[in-house]
Write a protein that binds this ligand. Structure first.
Ligand SMILES: C[C@H](CCC(=O)NCCS(=O)(=O)O)[C@H]1CC[C@H]2[C@@H]3CC[C@@H]4C[C@H](O)CC[C@]4(C)[C@H]3C[C@H](O)[C@]12C
Length: 325
């Protein structure tokens, strides 16, 4: 499972938890403007917006899990098992885009949410495999910029784009059902809950934090959705960069998966492999890994964005503990 969010303080931030039992060898990859993007069915491009994000490089091509372009548009792919449906052929007049091409196709040519919406309305997601080794991932996508967010779901009856007023996405069920689920929690408050239990029964406020009793804490995707939305929308944060990045990771931390709590059998456990937070205004990509709680950053503008070769930074994985005496 995964969780992605979009968050605004002085700047705009976008990132996600990648929760899985194994890693696909991901690294932080900066792809400059003149990298030759080869698309299977759609036209290749040598002139695109530069992209920074987390990707696996396969046969020389970055396959992005999440990314942000130099204009501040961001996109993340999250698992959508059992619901995602891709097609063998593009609809008449539309571009056929494989699921692994979605992020570069959109981020490479769109500067903001409106352009991204128009671009995505004009494509069909194809079920093309990247190669014989990699499965077709069943994904849905969160797309965001400072003005808002939307969700893209390709299902059996075609492509759907849903405005996302809460700026968050997890996995199943489909997005409209996730959003509807929030109705169940309308009584929750970050403040002091009132006693409505029954007339004449005096119930005690014996602890702080009782306003959110009933907010789910389990790791299912519907529960993580409610938890992260509550956390994000009640979150208070100063405007400094360090505070914003720290707060962003704390919001993602509300739905992180500790190894052992989601048992997949055969000694496999789903856990939060990495958490990312990209300042989409400055193009700085911050990340933490499960075993390295120190925040590491990669700045896209420290690379030659007019080049044609991607640059990859292997994740720093070891715990880095500061000795104080
Ligand atoms: C698994 C991840 C979603 C995390 C998640 O939700 N995990 C819970 C599983 S579960 O829901 O609990 O069962 C997703 C998110 C992005 C994906 C990559 C996208 C590029 C590329 C596409 C190719 O076609 C296949 C290989 C490829 C490297 C993909 C591998 C994998 O699919 C990635 C990492």
């Amino acid at each position: 499972m995964c969780t992605a969010i979009s968050y605004q303080t002085k700047d705009h931030y976008f990132g996600r938890n990648l929760d899985l039992e194994i890693s696909f060898g991901e690294s932080v990859v900066v792809t400059p403007r003149h990298y030759h993007w080869h698309f299977r069915e759609a036209a290749d491009r040598d002139d695109s917006y530069a992209i920074i994000g987390m990707a696996t490089v396969e046969e020389g091509m970055p396959l992005y899990y999440d990314g942000t372009n130099e204009k501040g548009l961001s996109m993340a792919g999250l698992n959508f098992a059992g619901n995602a449906h891709y097609f063998s052929q593009a609809e008449a007049g539309k571009n056929g885009i494989a699921s692994f091409e979605m992020i570069p196709w959109v981020l490479g040519q769109c500067a903001d949410l409106d352009e991204a919406k128009a671009c995505i309305e004009n494509l069909t997601v194809l079920d093309t495999r990247f190669n014989d080794r990699l499965p077709v991932s069943t994904l849905h996508w969160l797309v965001a910029d400072p003005s808002g967010a939307f969700v893209v779901e390709s299902v059996a009856d075609g492509l759907h784009i849903y405005d996302d007023p809460v700026g968050a996405l997890t996995n199943n069920p489909p997005f409209p059902t996730q959003l509807f689920g929030l109705n169940n929690y309308r009584q929750l408050t970050a403040g002091v809950p009132e006693n409505h239990f029954a007339k004449g029964l005096d119930l005690d406020l014996y602890s702080r934090g009782m306003g959110a009793i009933g907010l789910p804490g389990d790791l299912s995707s519907a529960s993580r959705f409610a938890k992260v939305v509550f956390t994000k929308l009640n979150s208070k944060c100063g405007s400094r960069e360090e505070e914003s990045v720290s707060q962003f990771f704390h919001i993602l931390g509300s739905v992180e998966q500790q190894r052992g709590c989601c048992d997949l059998g055969n000694d496999q456990y789903e856990y939060t492999i990495y958490s990312s937070c990209c300042n989409t205004d400055t193009g700085v990509y911050y990340y933490k890994t499960y075993d390295n709680s120190r925040i590491t950053k990669v700045d896209m503008h420290r690379e030659d964005l007019d080049g044609d070769k991607w640059q990859s930074y292997p994740l720093l994985m070891g715990e880095d503990i500061q000795a104080q005496n």
